[in-house]
Design a protein around this ligand. Structure first.
Ligand code: RB5
Length: 148
C-alpha cells in the first residue's frame, strides 16, 4: 500500500510522528508537504494529496492540519475522494469498514501523538466491508455526477 501524506503548518509536528510510524511499519509513503512550520494554506496541500489518491497513484491519503476540518473539506472537493475526520479508533475503523474512506484527516491541535498513531494503524489495516455499505458508498459517489 502506498500512502500520500500532507499537512499545513498546524499539522507539521504530528505529520513527522506519523511518517516515523509509517517508516517503522515499512509502509511506503510520499510527503507532499508542508515541509516546515511556515504558514501554508491547507487547500494547497489537500489538492495534490487528494488528486494523487483519486488518480490511483496512491492507495490512501493522510492529511493533517490544526483541526483536520479544513484540510478534509478541501480534499472532499476532489472527485473520487472520501475523506474522513477521525479522532478516535472507533471512527477510524468505521470510516474504512462502512465508508471506504480513502483519506484520513486529523487535527494536531486536538489529539496527542499516541492516539493519532493508533488511529492511523487501525485506519490502514481495516478493510472495506462491502455489501450494504457498497450500495451506500456508490450513492455517495453518484452525487458527484449531479448538476448543481
Ligand atoms: C491554521 O491556522 C488552521 O486554520 C488550520 O490548520 C485548520 O485547523 C483549518 O481547518
Amino acid at each position: 500500500m502506498k500512502v500520500a501524506i500532507g499537512c499545513d503548518h498546524g499539522g507539521f509536528h504530528l505529520k513527522q510522528v506519523i511518517m516515523t510510524f509509517l517508516e517503522s511499519k515499512g509502509i511506503p509513503f510520499y510527503d507532499f508537504g508542508g515541509y516546515s512550520e511556515a504558514s501554508i494554506d491547507y487547500p494547497d496541500i489537500a489538492d495534490p494529496v487528494a488528486n494523487a489518491v483519486a488518480s490511483g497513484e496512491y492507495d490512501r491519503g493522510i492529511l493533517i492540519c490544526g483541526t483536520g476540518i479544513g484540510i478534509g473539506i478541501a480534499a472532499n472537493k476532489v472527485k473520487g475522494i472520501r475523506a474522513a475526520l477521525c479522532h478516535d479508533t472507533f471512527s477510524a475503523h468505521a470510516s474504512r469498514e462502512h465508508n471506504d474512506a480513502n483519506i484520513l484527516t486529523m487535527g494536531e491541535r486536538i489529539i496527542g501523538p499516541g492516539l493519532a498513531v493508533d488511529i492511523v494503524d487501525v485506519w490502514l489495516t481495516t478493510e472495506f466491508e462491502g455489501g450494504r455499505h457498497l450500495r451506500r458508498v456508490e450513492k455517495i459517489m453518484a452525487l458527484e455526477e449531479h448538476e448543481s
